[in-house]
Design a protein around this ligand. Structure first.
Ligand code: ADP
Ligand code: MG
Length: 628
């Protein structure tokens, strides 16, 4: 950068490294839908008009003498140039450096992480990640941007061939706004054609609420409808138009999973065109948990940063809310705790829940795709949006030990065994690992269904929700598991009864074993007891009834919220040959075995051993003895 030269003179700048990489992808994209560059540039022009219209609400001078916003296209066949011009907010010199030299809006790393190397997929990411401007280089060898910021006298000319560098110099422009001129590549001359341009605008940009005109002919011709899509009646909007608007408003390239187009008329009046995406937006779990719904007032864009408009557990919603009741000059501060906004939020929440319930009922398969993408976010509403708790519980779906696919809590309750009064679950972020847990054995033997709680958020709502239809949620890794009251599947019952008899015969020696193991392990465990939840494993760990769930403890420890996990209860399986043999053995000399059982149970939990060397030593001794 030549910082010493005067600003008016032409200066060269290097693109940010990521932009350079992006431009390589863009320039080499053998992509059939290159035409989307026009959508991106028109979208930027419309944003620029929207932004100035908002500013002008408080500073009318900014649009004095030129109050009608418009976007103009023109082309010159002999020069092979295509030009798009707007009278929006424009850019100053620093804006040019910041906006057209870096990837600003959504963060470069997020974009770069998503790149697949597959040109077709990657080019789709361009719009999604706020790098739309650079798509001009798909069709152009050279792009120039002549721009003048509203309220300023100075104009600037930005020029680049999309290869590593751009230049900026002082220039002259009549009035505010931005004019982008592209010198088209040889294989992009098709865009120097009225009907081609008109078709592209109709396809992608018909909903833009400013006139898009083609000039240069005898008279300017408006190519788009020019009215905001949400103001039209449903019957006047096609499926494709809804989709295109979604792509525009959400910066997304999937198809909407659901489209809600509505008008609320009553105490307060507002229109909404709100989408539920199919795919997770990449920033869904960003810590700020902000929604991106756009707030308009009487067709004027106000902000996409109105926190109270949507509960954060519906932050995946995209689209527009247009209020008739808020004042046009509403400030962002006024939007906080605003009664109109909170009424809109209530109404919108109700609508979305209604739509989800309908889909859940009528099309389980489609609902499953929604749940997979957004279930973990919706579940945040179970402890935040207490008003909707019952509805969200009905919408929640879970994987289970006895069925494929997703199970609702109502499904679960309907399949409960006689004598069962709890909703059993096991938590663990790794569902496959959870499936192998020894604590599930007794439940599996009786055919008792256990739900998997595999999202981090489950640990938060479960304690606060507590029950569903008066059935308590009960972790199978916590507290006692008295399965004897539950009538299991027929075949298992008999063997159960048999086992119980045998158990009775054995009780004295197992009780003795339990007490020596307890003494041997001392503080390493909270307690030792016989187990009713095991069939094939000799032992397992469980948490005390009043203690935190083991999985939650592990999670907190991982995130350094907890220094140490609490001592567990070691349960021994009285039916297991190893435990039987140990109980029949002389009562002393089980110290090694006791620690080996505990370490084994820890390993099955996926927990690190506190003393691996001691474990190895004991293991070696026991094996040596066995072989000796
Ligand atoms: P995005 O539109 O998602 O922010 P783009 O790459 O399309 O990303 O544009 C980058 C930025 O350049 C915009 O955010 C805006 O600040 C600026 N910009 C682009 N085109 C215009 C325009 N016609 N008028 C004013 N600013 C513009
Ligand atoms: Mg853009």
């Amino acid at each position: 950068m030549a910082e010493t030269a005067p600003e008016e003179a032409k200066q060269s700048f290097q693109y940010q490294a990521e932009v350079g990489r992006l431009l390589d992808i863009v320039a080499n994209a053998l992509y059939s839908e290159k035409e989307i560059f026009l959508r991106e540039l028109i979208s930027n022009a419309a944003d620029a008009c929207d932004r100035l219209r908002y500013k002008a609400l408080t500073d009318k001078d900014l649009i004095a003498g030129d109050a009608e916003f418009a976007i103009e296209l023109s082309f010159d066949k002999s020069a092979k140039t295509l030009t798009i011009s707007d009278n929006g907010i424009g850019m100053d010199r620093q804006d040019l450096i910041d906006n057209l030299g870096t990837i600003a809006r959504s963060g470069t790393s997020a974009f770069m992480n998503e790149l697949t190397g597959d040109a077709k997929k990657d080019v789709n990411l361009i719009g999604q990640f706020g790098v739309g401007f650079y798509s001009a280089f798909m069709v152009a060898d050279k792009v120039s941007v002549l721009t003048r910021r509203a309220g300023s006298e100075d104009a600037w000319l930005w020029i680049s061939d999309g290869r590593g560098e751009f230049t900026i110099e002082e220039a002259v422009r009549d009035g505010r706004g931005t004019t982008i001129t592209m010198t088209l590549k040889d294989d992009a001359e098709e865009y120097l054609d009225e009907s081609r341009l008109s078709h592209i605008v109709k396809t992608y940009s018909d909903h833009i609420p400013f006139p898009i005109r083609l000039t240069g002919g005898e008279e300017a011709k408006q190519l788009n409808e020019g009215s905001a899509l949400w103001t039209r009646s449903k019957s006047d909007v096609t499926e494709d138009q809804y989709k295109e608007f979604y792509h525009h408003v959400a910066h997304a390239f999937d198809d909407p999973w659901a489209t809600l187009h509505f008008r609320a008329e009553g105490v307060i009046e507002y229109a909404g065109l709100v989408y539920i995406p199919t795919m997770r937006p990449f920033d869904l779990f960003h810590p700020d948990r902000k929604s991106k719904l756009k707030l308009y007032v009487k067709r004027v864009f106000i902000t996409e940063d109105c926190e109270d408009l949507v509960p954060s557990w519906l932050r995946f919603l995209r689209g527009v809310i247009d209020s008739e009741d808020l004042p046009l000059n509403v400030s962002r501060e006024m939007l906080q705790n605003n009664p109109v906004v909170s009424k809109i939020r209530k109404g919108l929440t109700k609508r979305v829940i209604g739509e989800l319930s309908k889909k859940a009922e009528n099309d389980a398969e489609a609902y499953a795709t929604f749940w997979e993408a957004f279930g973990p976010v919706l579940k945040e509403g179970l402890y935040e949006g207490t008003d909707q708790r019952d509805e969200i519980l009905k919408l929640a779906r879970f994987k289970s030990t006895t069925r494929d696919g997703w199970v609702s809590l109502a499904d679960y309750v309907a399949a409960m065994k006689p004598g069962q009064d709890k909703i059993f679950y096991i938590s663990g972020e790794d569902e496959a690992a959870a499936r192998r847990s020894p604590q599930l054995e007794g439940f599996a033997a009786k055919g008792v269904e256990v739900l998997f709680m595999s999202d981090a958020v489950d640990e938060f709502w479960l304690p606060s929700v507590g029950s569903f239809e008066e059935k308590d949620f009960q972790s199978v890794t916590r507290g006692g598991a008295d399965l004897s009251k539950i009538d299991g599947d027929a075949e298992d019952k008999e063997s159960d009864d048999k086992d119980e008899k045998k158990d009775d015969d054995q009780s004295p020696s197992i009780d003795a074993l339990v007490s020596v193991v307890r003494t041997a392990l001392g503080d390493a465990v909270k307690d030792v007891r016989t187990s009713h939840r095991l069939t094939s494993s000799p032992c397992c760990l469980v948490a005390d009834e009043n203690a935190m769930d083991m999985n939650l403890e592990r999670m907190l420890k991982k995130h350094q919220q907890l220094d140490q996990v609490s001592a567990r209860i070691l349960e021994l399986n009285p039916k297991h040959p190893l435990i039987k043999a140990l109980s029949e053995k002389a009562i002393d000399g089980v110290d090694d075995a006791a620690f080996l059982l505990l370490d084994q149970a820890r390993i099955m939990e996926g927990e690190p051993l506190p003393d691996p060397a001691a474990f190895a030593k004991r293991m070696t001794e026991v094996m040596t003895r066995a072989l000796g």
